[in-house]
Design a protein around this ligand. Structure first.
Ligand code: TXA
Ligand code: MG
Length: 332
């Protein structure tokens, strides 16, 4: 299959046609690029799992254009309305009880469904012109999520008919997932919208511990994630980065540093990707830095953020990426 990349309006026009015909299409969102299919079509949704190599038991998020559509696919006790009034469109996914129109293949047989309203004009235009879209991130399973059309092309060339190029994703890490089906609202995946943002509306918000257990509440949590193609190691300080870099170079390896902006000046003469000057910038650049880093060296040294607020969400991705990277078990 030939994969075409088209910008904005042109991409949305062809994308809507393809979606209505049961095809799958990659589209931009403010978090990461998604790979969308008609959420009400079993056969269209099945194509997503094939293109990504995604395990069948990992459910997909349903993307809507407007909060008024939530009632078409899920049951809301009023909290979803309130939360979407505050945060939609935006990087928040709510887990709700599903209605029967949502097929089992989308929810991996669960009675719940993830709902999100993305804050990107191309995404909203595509959904409005076609259907509610079931969409995971548009990467091959286990790879870093794509934040640029070229990242999608790297993974999906020849596997999907169309990538809509809407520029770089501004947020850079995937949406916060909030489960509203239990007693206490629980964050299953941390993201740009934090506990501190949600608590004023909900009162108590719990953080799922993030332990990789056999039956995690978000099935995706048990899988390897975000891993670059080479080994990756986290560094907690500029000093550690320098000593790791020296040690690796003397072993004949070819390290590349994914650096915090504040440290970059100390790394002259070294191979460096600048991830940015604050948590927001690092979130935006993280996955593209993984993909750029793996192409410019054979081992990545990535610098850690403090684990508070958005930094916590970024570190969640970084730790998973490291634990799935080649070094951890020596093989992958
Ligand atoms: O920002 C995002 O959320 C991006 C963009 C494209 O919208 N999407 C995304 O989708 O990150 P994906 O499939 O890569 O990650 C979705 C996560 C998975 O870990 C999945 O297990 C979980 O959401 N999930 C989906 N539906 C669920 C449900 N009904 N109950 C619990 N977890 C669910
Ligand atoms: Mg994903």
């Amino acid at each position: 299959m030939k994969t075409v990349v088209l910008p904005g309006a042109e991409g949305v026009r062809l994308g809507a046609e393809l979606i209505k015909k049961g095809e799958i299409v990659a589209f931009p969102t403010e978090t990461v690029y998604g790979l969308g299919a008609d959420a009400t079509s079993e056969s269209a949704v099945a194509k997503i799992f094939v293109a990504k190599g995604r395990p069948q038991d990992n459910p997909l998020i349903v993307h809507l254009a407007d909060a008024s559509e939530v009632k078409d696919v899920a049951y809301d006790d009023g909290r979803a309305k309130e939360l979407f009034e505050a945060f939609a469109p935006g990087p928040l996914t709510l887990i709700l009880k599903k209605k029967s129109v949502v097929p089992d293949s989308v929810t991996a047989g669960r009675q719940t469904v993830g709902i999100r309203i993305p804050a990107h004009d191309d995404a909203i235009a595509l959904i409005s012109a076609s259907r509610p879209l079931a969409a995971p991130s548009a990467n091959t399973s286990t790879r870093p999520s794509p934040t640029r059309a070229r990242d999608v092309l790297e993974d999906m060339d020849g596997k999907i008919p169309l990538i809509i190029d809407g520029g770089e994703s501004g947020v850079g890490i995937e949406s916060t997932i909030l489960d509203l089906t239990g007693d206490v609202p629980t964050i299953l995946r941390p993201g740009y919208i934090t506990e501190t943002d949600l608590a004023p509306i909900l009162g108590t918000v719990r953080h799922f511990g993030g332990k990789i257990t056999k039956n995690p509440p978000a099935p995706g949590m048990k899988y390897r994630h975000y891993a670059p193609a080479c080994e990756m190691i986290v560094s907690d300080s500029a000093e550690e980065t320098l000593s790791l870099y020296r040690a690796m170079t003397s072993e004949g390896r070819d390290p590349v540093v994914l650096a915090l902006g504040a440290n970059v000046a100390r790394y002259s003469g070294m191979k460096v990707v600048n991830m940015g000057n604050n948590d927001k910038e690092v979130a935006r650049n993280l996955f593209s830095a993984f993909r750029d880093g793996e192409k410019s060296g054979d081992v990545i040294i990535v610098e850690a953020l403090l684990e508070t607020g958005l930094g916590y969400s970024v570190m969640n991705r970084m730790k998973k990426a490291v634990s799935g990277s080649k070094g951890e078990d020596g093989k992958r």
